[in-house]
Ligand binder design. Structure first.
Ligand code: HEM
Length: 449
């Protein structure tokens, strides 16, 4: 055993050829960046759907595995050491061993989120990270399937869903612009309280900062805009409105390391992909009658506070995130040299986990391209194949239960007593493989009672 490790330690990991490295950059990395990492660019998402770019990216990574084995595979990049993971057990290892030696605060993430939340937990390390993680977990109740403020959150969702349905009836359809404005009203109320309901300027300022963050190192920081955003955010937090996450920010203990207000922008902006996921789940249900029927039965059986936990609807939300993960690239950076079966990885190596490759690997997974909510009806463990829409391990999404809670409540409110059908141009077909990309911005639904 000692001998095997010693031999491995002397070898460097397999390295991709120049042409394979260029193929990964062109077909996997650039489309992900072009779609927008911190805020999506709707036109690019539409193009990605048209060209089926995500399916091509998965195929490219499958080819790498065929050629180079299980990796990790180093890419031939002159300026830095960069690896891509190809084996399920390596994904488990990296996520379980974050943030040491696999730090979440990779250089790219720090450059991107440095535009507006340099002290956010995701880009923190060491004692500061541990403290900020504790704070996030306490406020967002990471380990509780039902947040203790769920009762209030569901009232908010129901009120806004009713207004949204009435607007959709007036317009003759439910489309993204209508849905997104209702969704962000829900988000502002849940995070900051009812008085923030109509403060679109706050989320618009954050959207502008997120658009800068998409450019990471390549765009100067706008300190004036950031100052104005935080002034406004501070006013909302100061109210500590009962029933909102802001009330918990005010009462959760903090230390000199916590930077509480810098944790909040992530809560506001990360609810954006939760909205995209809600809309995509609606599309899945509109095109999968058997699953939709089971959802209808679940909604009928869950009235009032029982809606705080609807296992099948939550499974459908997870399944939408497996098919179309909103964090497609999970990034880590090694803090020291690490040993692998196939060789040594240098310290400060960037590691990419391209989630769609593991979620949609049709060479390994019989369910890769169909809707399979049953995958989520039992708790998944580290022994299972890595389906990691919320990441996993000690840096798992701090809202991994809060997101399914709020999104399933919105779906239940929209589907209760209403029939929702997909309208052209995009029609999904349960009998055909689901597309690699689903452009949420182009989805349109007909709604009838
Ligand atoms: C569809 C919705 C969401 C998905 C799929 C999602 C997924 C993820 C993923 C994959 C990570 C890990 C990123 C990484 O390791 O690089 C993450 C981190 C995080 N998420 Fe979410 N997220 C969502 C929404 C939210 C919301 C709404 C909140 C807060 C209200 C939130 C709070 C956080 C926090 C605080 C972290 C950082 C955890 C850490 O570094 O320790 N997320 N999320």
């Amino acid at each position: 055993m000692a001998r095997t490790l010693a031999t491995a330690a002397q070898r460097t990991l397999p390295m991709a050829s120049i042409s394979d490295t260029l193929a990964v950059i062109n077909e996997v990395v650039l489309p992900t960046i072009a779609k927008g990492v911190i805020i999506r660019r709707p036109k690019v998402v539409a193009t990605a759907q048209q060209l089926d770019l995500d399916r091509r990216a998965v195929q490219r990574v499958q080819q790498l595995r065929e050629k180079y084995g299980s990796g990790p595979l180093l890419l031939r990049i002159p300026v830095r050491s960069q690896a891509i993971l190809l084996a399920p057990e390596h994904v488990q290892r990296v996520l379980e061993n974050s943030p040491e030696p696999f730090a979440t605060a990779s250089s790219e993430k720090r450059a991107a989120l440095g535009h507006f939340q340099p002290e956010g937990v995701l880009v923190s390390h060491g004692p500061a990270r541990a403290e900020r993680r504790r704070f996030n977990e306490q406020v967002l109740e990471t380990n509780r399937p039902v947040h203790h403020l769920a009762g209030r959150f569901l009232e908010v969702v129901d009120e806004e869903a009713a207004i949204l349905l009435a607007a959709a009836e007036r317009e003759g359809e439910l489309n993204w612009p209508l849905f997104a404005s209702a969704w962000f009203r829900v988000v502002r109320r849940i995070v900051l309280g009812d008085a923030a309901r109509d403060d679109e300027e706050l989320t618009d300022m954050l959207a502008a900062l997120r658009a800068d963050a998409n450019w990471a190192f390549f765009k100067p920081k706008r300190s004036g805009l950031r100052r104005r955003f935080y002034q406004r955010l501070r006013q909302h937090l100061a109210r500590a409105e009962e029933g909102s996450l802001a009330s918990l920010v005010a009462t959760t203990p903090s230390t000199a390391l916590t930077a509480p207000e810098q944790q909040v922008p992530q809560w506001l902006f990360a609810f954006d992909p939760a909205g995209m996921t809600t809309f995509r789940t609606l599309a899945l249900l509109a095109s999968h009658p058997k699953h939709a029927e089971r959802v209808r039965e679940e909604i009928k059986a869950h009235k009032g506070s029982a809606r705080q936990h609807m296992p099948f609807l939550r499974a459908c939300v997870h399944e939408s995130l497996r098919l179309w993960p909103t964090t497609p690239m999970i990034l880590r950076q090694t803090t020291e040299e690490t040993e692998w079966e196939s060789g040594t990885m240098p310290a400060k190596t960037g590691i990419m986990i391209y989630a769609p490759f593991f979620h949609r690997d049709d060479k390994r997974l019989p369910f890769a391209n169909r809707m399979a909510p049953e995958l989520w009806l039992k708790e998944r463990s580290t022994k299972d194949w890595p389906l990691v829409p919320f990441s996993a391990g000690p840096a798992v999404c701090a809202a991994r239960h809060l997101v399914p809670l709020v999104t399933s409540a919105m779906l239940a409110a929209l589907l209760d007593g209403h029939h929702i059908r997909l309208k052209p141009p995009l029609l999904l077909d349960a009998k055909r493989p689901l597309p690699g990309t689903l452009n949420n911005y182009g989805l349109r639904f007909g709604v009838s009672s």
